[in-house]
Unconditional design. Structure first.
Length: 180
């Protein structure tokens, strides 16, 4: 009986020590920001014009590592916020924009519509856009991505004036931690 008790105790101790940790659900937000410069001479009323942001470096590997996970354990990446802000020239507002569509671009992926607004109000400098419910996991797990902007002007912008808008975006990432 004593031997049986020692054997059961040894097995229990061995199994307890080798027990794998269960992955935990994680959820966090990541902000990114970039700017687009629009030459006034290239903006014609009611004619859509395309602009592309500079590369936005994700640093996603180090971010995921800080949450004890990796790309394989990410389930979804969705926008929670995308807004545009007129920042230059000083005093510039968004009155010149009639509508705006934003697409996400990343290597090996088709451009995908992520946010838009068809009827910009006047007299504002910042606007939150309507978001599309799209899982952007394969885009954000790249080293970099870009935002393609298609703007339809409502009003002309003076020749020689460059309008700068900031694109402020926030992603919600959901997934699980790594199993140790």
């Amino acid at each position: 009986m004593k031997k049986w008790f020692v054997l059961v105790l040894a097995c229990f101790t061995f199994l307890s020590c080798n027990k794998k940790e269960t992955p935990k659900a994680i959820e966090f937000e990541l902000p990114y920001s970039t700017s687009i410069d629009m030459e006034g001479s290239g903006l014609t009323i009611n004619t859509p014009v395309e602009f592309t942001s500079p590369d936005i470096v994700t640093n996603i590997s180090s971010t995921l590592n800080s949450y004890s996970t990796n790309g394989d354990n990410i389930e979804s990446v969705r926008y929670t916020q995308f807004n545009v802000t007129a920042v230059a020239p000083q005093g510039q507002n968004l009155d010149f924009i009639k509508s705006l569509k934003l697409y996400m671009k990343a290597g090996g992926q088709a451009d995908v519509l992520v946010a838009s607004n068809e009827n910009f109000p006047t007299g504002i400098t910042t606007l939150d856009l309507s978001l599309m419910d799209v899982n952007l996991k394969n885009y954000l797990l790249q080293e970099k991505f870009q935002v393609k902007v298609i703007v339809t002007p409502r009003n002309p912008v003076a020749q020689g004036v460059t309008v700068r808008i900031n694109l402020n975006q926030k992603f919600k990432i959901t997934g699980k931690t790594l199993i140790k």
